[in-house]
Design a protein around this ligand. Structure first.
Ligand SMILES: NC(=O)c1ccc[n+]([C@@H]2O[C@H](COP(=O)([O-])OP(=O)(O)OC[C@H]3O[C@@H](n4cnc5c(N)ncnc54)[C@H](OP(=O)(O)O)[C@@H]3O)[C@@H](O)[C@H]2O)c1
Length: 340
């Protein structure tokens, strides 16, 4: 079978395609023919030494995939051959408290991921793809979609009349925009790209602030809410954006702390944090149940995941380079080998 591995994390050239024997599903496992995978910032962060944990070289990258079951191991009862499935981001976090196995399971960092033709995987690590969702779309849900869902539905769920701030136009932020709009919340978005402003409005953002033009964008966002601030910040920027996010959030609102896109790290002012009156919730994507809930919502609400570009399997390196360019809005997808 065709597969990719990062032989080391020195450059994109270290992502090499090779032919390997096809895996056989063991007891409780199924064999999935991968139809589509999607990229996340973490896949780049590993390559650029910006991932917050050590990563093992030599592994198959990427955490998010959808495909068709082509073979069953012994004792599999959850699925049959021909079923359409997607992989859960955390293969052994089914619900409840986060398990201690979470780091060891990390696709692409500690265990083989999904940028491959065939993958043998536990039936428990998969979720059925609802009708009406394509393989390309399903492959965007496990990390970016579930993270946005967790950010909006955890603690106090965002509902009609609430306001949400999304930062930039990457995968997590665009899902958060779409999901927040689906429940009737108001969304303010930021971007560094003048070209993306109208596209963010077309997706439902009521206001868009250019954070590259206005370093005090948090104040600007607060002004757009009549001085009250937003109920939730979907915080993907991290160390370089948290100070402005704290200016943008309402008293009693919440910063859903997700990402670390920014490269600068000026530190957090304790009194600003305390004085914001907001709570700070750390997010680690979400459990398998969240993926099941999200996929139902996507199907029932008719939300179309925003796919910026789809690459062939042979063009995987170009897909990584496209994500790194920041030119995308939404998700970048790679099709499985031979999938048209
Ligand atoms: N903790 C978790 O559970 C979790 C889960 C998923 C993702 N994450 C993290 O969340 C972040 C976003 O992931 P992603 O996959 O959605 O990323 P992505 O698709 O690669 O997002 C890239 C976009 O983010 C925007 N951006 C870049 N630097 C920014 C900055 N300093 N301030 C504001 N926006 C900025 C840019 O949008 P414009 O071009 O519009 O400016 C850029 O195009 C990453 O740090 C990722 O590792 C964490």
């Amino acid at each position: 079978m065709k597969t990719y591995r990062f032989d080391s994390f020195d450059s994109l050239d270290d992502l090499r395609q090779r032919d390997e024997p096809a895996p056989r599903p063991q007891r409780g496992e199924v064999l999935v023919r991968v139809c589509a995978v999607s990229l996340n910032f973490r896949d780049l962060a590993m390559l650029r030494g910006r991932y917050p944990r050590a990563c093992r070289p030599g592994l198959i990258p990427l955490s998010d995939a959808a495909g068709e079951i082509v073979e069953l191991g012994e004792g599999v009862q959850s699925f049959k051959v021909g079923d359409r499935v997607m992989g859960a981001f955390h293969p052994r976090w089914f619900g409840g408290e986060m398990p201690s196995t979470i780091l060891a399971d990390s696709y692409g960092a500690e265990s083989d991921g999904w940028l491959t033709e065939l993958k043998a995987v536990s039936q428990e690590a998969l979720v059925a793809v609802p009708d009406g969702i394509s393989y390309d779309e399903a492959a965007t849900l496990p990390c970016a979609g579930v993270t946005a869902w967790t950010a909006l539905t955890g603690s106090t769920p965002i509902r009609a009349g609430h306001s949400v701030l999304v930062l930039g136009s990457g995968g997590v932020s665009i899902f958060a925009l779409q999901l927040a709009r689906a429940v009737g919340a108001t969304v303010v978005a930021t971007t560094s790209s003048a070209d993306k402003i109208q596209r963010l409005k077309d997706l439902g953002a009521s206001e868009v602030v250019n954070y590259a033009d206005d370093p005090q964008w948090g104040k600007a966002v607060r002004g757009l809410t009549g001085g009250r601030g937003v109920d939730r910040v979907v915080e993907v920027g991290g160390p370089g954006t948290i100070a402005q996010s704290l200016r943008a959030v309402a008293l009693g609102g919440e910063i859903a702390s997700i990402g670390f896109l920014s490269t600068e790290n000026p530190g957090i002012d304790f009194f600003q944090l305390k004085g914001s009156g907001a709570s700070f919730r750390n997010i680690a994507v979400g459990d398998r149940n969240a993926l099941i809930e999200l996929s139902r919502v996507i199907a029932m609400a008719g939300i179309k995941p925003v796919i910026d570009r789809i690459f062939d399997f042979v063009s995987a390196r170009e897909a990584f380079a496209h994500l790194e360019s920041g030119a995308h809005l939404g998700k970048v997808v790679i099709r499985g080998p031979g999938v048209l």
